[in-house]
Design a protein around this ligand. Structure first.
Ligand code: GTP
Ligand code: MG
Length: 142
């Protein structure tokens, strides 16, 4: 697939890392096709991460993701999902490879700086979660 959806998470926004993180994303060859800054209400954060409902970290995840503004962006590149997850690194920043965005900007497993879609299906679902067709400069396939 050609697209993936990212969110720069609240603590990275608060720490003024938005510009540096977007620069890394662009330097890695991704094109920004849509972008916005929003604060997710708790119910929206629960919906976004619905697949994790019932897991022990779910409440903390939702609390954190609704705690401040995030920057959501739709990104385009060949092999977008896999290449982007490689660029951001492991969920736990202590396990993330040297040079990855999470290694550089994440604090811990919850405050882990950035999200990346886990599949083409998730990328499409998540891009529709944040963006209307009018806001996208790339047509998401049906
Ligand atoms: P996202 O890009 O945010 O979806 O992260 P991911 O795909 O690397 O991980 P996953 O989708 O499995 O989990 C979503 C988020 O839940 C992670 O980014 C973490 O913040 C949090 N999370 C997942 N597993 C754990 C865990 O074992 N402990 C804690 N504290 N948080 C976790
Ligand atoms: Mg995930």
């Amino acid at each position: 697939g050609q697209i993936t959806l990212t969110m720069i998470k609240p603590y990275a926004v608060k720490r003024h890392h938005v510009g540096d993180i977007l620069a890394e994303i662009e330097h890695a060859g991704f094109s920004i096709r849509a972008m916005k800054m929003v604060q997710l209400p708790k119910e929206k954060a629960e919906l976004f991460y619905a697949e994790h409902k019932g897991k022990p970290f779910f409440a903390a995840l939702v609390e954190f993701m609704s705690s401040g503004p995030i920057v959501a962006a739709l990104l385009q590149k060949e092999n977008a999902v896999a290449d982007f997850r490689k660029l951001i690194g492991s969920t736990d920043p202590h396990e993330a490879e040297e040079g990855t965005i999470r290694r550089k900007y994440a604090t811990d497993k919850t405050r882990n700086a950035i999200h990346g879609s886990d599949s083409d299906e998730s990328a499409i679902r998540e891009s529709r979660f944040f963006f209307s067709s009018m806001e996208e400069f790339f047509c998401v396939p049906e």
